[in-house]
Design a protein around this ligand. Structure first.
Ligand code: IPE
Ligand code: IPE
Ligand code: MG
Length: 257
């Protein structure tokens, strides 16, 4: 009897969940998304691939809002990889105009939400007009303290790591860093994601089950979640479904629970 009473008192206080069943105090800090399947979404409708990219923009808007609403701190969206330059020029040109279109429509709303835009990638490889609009948006939102919307544009993990290794090698050559002092922190400091926490959850749409050169270093202990849905069909409820599944997993980081 006494033991039962003690157990009753020891029971964890009931977790606070919101109306979507999300546990409010264990929302992932950083969610990364490989937004894939725009082309197939369009093809299925007999539309050109670019129609899929435009439809994908609506999903970006919806998921950014959904993430901000539950208190995600960093949302990283894979918009264009260093390998996507291999696509036909028309498609690449269209994709390079999309950030402009997106920001023209959404920047005010993002500003009101206190959202900070950051571009993750190699800006020097972008066409001038794209670079200008995204850097303007970074500047305008730089003092905002809410959700960090990290847009991976001309991003490739291998290029990022090569750049980091070069930076470290230069410090060694300059004598400001000893080889023995190179550690995970020196690497992290030299990556494009410096200052950001590693992603807790990575989502990929479209049924492909691979990372496609996205955040290879940072995803060492990230929970991965895949869905067959195409990106333009991915809605707030689907995002929250992924978050709930994330919350039901046990993360061990190599240790024991
Ligand atoms: C993702 O959709 C967007 C980008 C890679 C720019 P895709 O364009 O890769 O669509 P699928 O994979 O061909 O369906
Ligand atoms: C990954 O998708 C890149 C982005 C979503 C921006 P891809 O469609 O380029 O990847 P693969 O070619 O199927 O691996
Ligand atoms: Mg694809």
């Amino acid at each position: 009897m006494l033991r039962r009473l003690i157990r009753l008192f020891q029971k964890a206080p009931t977790e606070q969940t919101d109306e979507h069943g999300i546990v409010l105090d264990s929302v992932p800090n950083h969610v990364a998304i490989i937004m894939d399947g725009n082309g197939r979404w369009a093809k299925r409708r007999g539309l050109p691939r670019i129609a899929g990219h435009r439809a994908g923009m609506q999903a970006v808007k919806e998921i950014t809002t959904a993430a901000d609403d539950i208190g995600v701190k960093v949302l990283t969206l894979y918009a264009f990889s260093t390998e996507n330059w291999k696509r036909p020029t028309d498609e690449v040109d269209f994709l390079m105009r999309l950030p402009e279109e997106f920001l023209r429509m959404e920047l005010d709303t993002l500003m009101k939400r206190n959202c900070r835009i950051r571009i993750l990638g190699h800006p020097e490889g972008l066409p001038e007009h794209t670079r200008k609009v995204v850097q303007d948006a970074e500047r305008k939102t730089k003092d905002n303290t809410g959700l960090i919307l990290n847009i991976a544009l001309n991003y490739g993990s291998r290029a990022e790591m090569i750049q980091a290794v070069k930076q470290i090698a230069q410090q060694v050559a300059d004598g400001t860093l000893q080889v023995d002092d190179i550690d995970e922190q020196s690497m992290e400091k030299s990556l494009l994601t410096h200052g950001l926490p590693d992603p807790d959850l990575m989502i990929r749409t479209s049924g492909e089950v691979r990372l496609s050169n996205f955040l290879l270093w940072q995803a060492a202990y990230t929970e991965l979640w895949f869905t067959n849905m195409f990106w333009p069909d991915f809605k707030r409820d689907d995002f929250y479904h992924a978050i709930r599944e994330f919350q039901s997993r046990g993360r061990r980081f190599g240790g024991l629970k």
